[in-house]
Design a protein around this ligand. Structure first.
Ligand code: ATP
Ligand code: MG
Length: 576
């Protein structure tokens, strides 16, 4: 396989319209490292290192596709490593959901590890650094340490405890571990350079005291390593050759390298890429957690959430996500992508795989006066015009049908070509019908439209070549299944949901119309037994996915995405 021509997301059978990004700079680095044998004959080793403090979101999907996709491409391996160094925020529920998310995206890890697996080794290495006079115990409070750190323009000040003897440091660190000191009273710091222009190098904290129960190590430890001390060493233990992370860690790279050099261990290298951001979307576990905790959504898997469990429940496919990530590539500057672009990839994938069915969201009764009472015909419908192998199915047709309220106008405006009095339209796969009269209730609302049909147009074509301007979908009233349909709109009203007026929180930007529940929908009978997770195109309406809230004979559907493709229009406009 020629790496330069394959997608980082390893798209199977890429089609012409989703030809993957031809290359990206991370791949270029790997290609070069393989060529120069930077790591000898060792295979490429990557890792995906989530902190189990929330559910994965679509931003993580980018990192996952990069970590797993590139390793796959170069015949390497990828570990899943839980970065569990903050015991107070971490839970088994999150560990489980993260594993499920990675697998749902279509990847399988080689090794499964936890940073906590390495607590003993990290502790031993800390002792080595103390012995080498590269680390010291500091009694300053967190606040004092911050004040001593200096600023971008001013150097920091040494702590009065910086020059403790090795013996004293060893003794104090040992007693920290034994639990002799309260939380926050002491830390272990690396002894680097309080005047470094890089603030991360001004004697960063390696360990803090935290008497907290850890989800895996229980109460074995009351000191915990900081991210910067744990991460690179964990990479090194796993012999990670390419450790990809997001750009905010760029300034941490000198520290990552410093620890590895001081310890003389496997030289893992950190490579930073741009964080995914989408309009109208928040990708921060902390903020998503707030939405869950304050019950502003139904849970982590609320179909409006950008979590993998949310978009999965919504009906997004892993293939669509991988294609999207492959197409956006990686860069060295952060930007924000249009949510419409992601939706475009979802639509493109569902168009290929989702069977077509007929469903009416807001039903209006149509009675065909000249159709025989009690007669039922099966009309043949195409399951997927994009996929001949999907075959055909029969849909029952009878005298009383439902159509969308929107597909009838008593007083049609100009250019309205759907059903109206005297107008003939095609019922998809059925017959031509002409509206004759309406029945209204006391409130003056139309409750029934009476029509006639032309028996010669069965299947939807007129033998005399007569044309109609519109084709509408329908379901037979006697055969229809009642369904609930949940229609979603973007979660936030602002392109950048973090942009708030003074004194407001991001939750002020929540879109109050992000969920509309339609409880009176009617769907064709083939959907009565559709299983949770199955995806369909409701003809003319959009893509829909069966929700786990469904009960037998009472399906609930989530609208995944409407048919209208805003992104295709944006692209067209940009190109013209
Ligand atoms: P959050 O801010 O949502 O908590 P995080 O970066 O703290 O995200 P981690 O669990 O530490 O979450 O992330 C695991 C991996 O996923 C890291 O390598 C991180 O850089 C990457 N990642 C997280 N968010 C994004 C994103 N929006 N785009 C690309 N990669 C991301
Ligand atoms: Mg994090």
């Amino acid at each position: 396989m020629n790496p330069a021509n394959t997608s980082l997301a390893a798209v199977p059978n890429p089609s012409p319209e989703n030809v993957p990004a031809p290359s990206n700079f991370v791949r270029d680095i790997i290609v070069e490292d393989v060529r120069t044998k930077k790591f000898g004959d060792a295979a490429i080793q990557t890792r995906f290192p989530p902190e189990p403090n929330g559910y994965l979101h679509i931003g993580h999907a980018k990192a996952i596709c990069l970590d797993f996709g590139l390793a796959d491409e170069f015949g390497g391996k990828t570990n899943l490593r839980f970065d569990d160094t903050n015991p107070e925020k971490e839970e088994q529920e999150y560990v489980d959901s993260i594993m499920e998310g990675v697998r749902w995206l279509g990847f399988e890890w080689d090794g499964l590890y936890y940073a906590s697996d390495y607590f003993d080794q990290l502790y031993q290495w800390a002792i080595k650094l103390i012995k080498d006079a590269k680390a010291y115990v500091d009694d300053l409070s967190a606040d004092e340490i911050r004040k001593h750190r200096g600023t971008l323009t001013e150097p920091g000040k040494d702590s009065p405890f910086r020059n403790r003897s090795v013996e004293e440091n060893l003794d104090l660190f040992e007693r920290m571990r034994k639990g002799e000191f309260p939380d926050g009273s002491r830390v272990l710091r690396a002894k680097i350079d309080m005047a470094s222009p890089n603030l991360n190098m001004r004697d960063p904290v390696m360990y803090r005291i935290l008497h907290a129960e850890h989800h895996r190590t229980g109460d074995k430890w009351c000191i915990y390593p900081m991210y910067d001390y744990a991460h690179g060493q964990s990479d090194s233990i796993e012999r990670v050759t390419h450790s990809m992370c997001t750009l905010e860690f760029e300034d941490h790279r000198p520290l990552y390298n410093w620890f590895i050099q001081q310890l003389g261990i496997f030289p893992s290298q950190q490579i930073e890429f741009d964080r995914l951001s989408l309009t109208y979307t928040l990708l921060s576990k902390r903020k998503l957690l707030k939405l869950v905790q304050e019950k502003l959504v139904s849970g982590w898997d609320d179909p409006r959430m950008p979590t993998l469990s949310g978009i999965r429940r919504r009906g997004y496919t892993p293939e669509a996500i991988r294609n999207f990530v492959g197409a956006i590539g990686v860069s060295k500057t952060n930007g924000t992508l249009e949510l419409a672009m992601l939706e475009h990839f979802v639509r493109e994938d569902l168009n290929k795989r989702a069977p077509r069915v007929m469903a009416v969201l807001r039903p209006l009764k149509v009675v065909i006066d000249n159709y025989p009472d009690g007669q039922v015909e099966e009309v043949e419908a195409v399951n997927n015009p994009e996929d001949e192998s999907a075959g055909r199915r029969n849909v029952p047709f009878s005298k009383v049908l439902y159509i969308e309220q929107d597909d009838f106008r008593e007083d049609p405006p100009k250019q309205y070509y759907r059903l109206s009095p005297g107008r003939e339209v095609r019922l998809r796969y059925g017959y031509f019908i002409t509206a004759k009269s309406v029945v209204k209730n006391d409130a003056g609302e139309i409750v029934e439209v009476h029509c006639t049909y032309d028996p010669a147009t069965r299947g939807g074509n007129s033998p005399d070549g007569r044309k109609v301007k519109s084709t509408i979908h329908w379901v037979s009233a006697a055969h229809a299944v009642d369904a609930e349909v949940r229609v979603y709109d973007r979660m936030f009203t602002k392109e950048d949901p973090n942009h708030v007026e003074e004194g407001q929180e991001f939750t002020a930007n929540l879109n109050p119309q992000s969920l509309e529940v339609i409880s009176e929908a009617k769907v064709e009978p083939s959907l009565a037994a559709a299983s949770a997770g199955s995806r369909f195109q409701f003809e003319r309406l959009g893509y829909f996915c069966v929700d786990p809230d469904s009960k037998p004979g009472q399906p609930v559907f989530n609208r995944t995405v409407a048919l209208k493709d805003a992104w295709a229009r944006i692209e067209k406009r940009a190109g013209s």
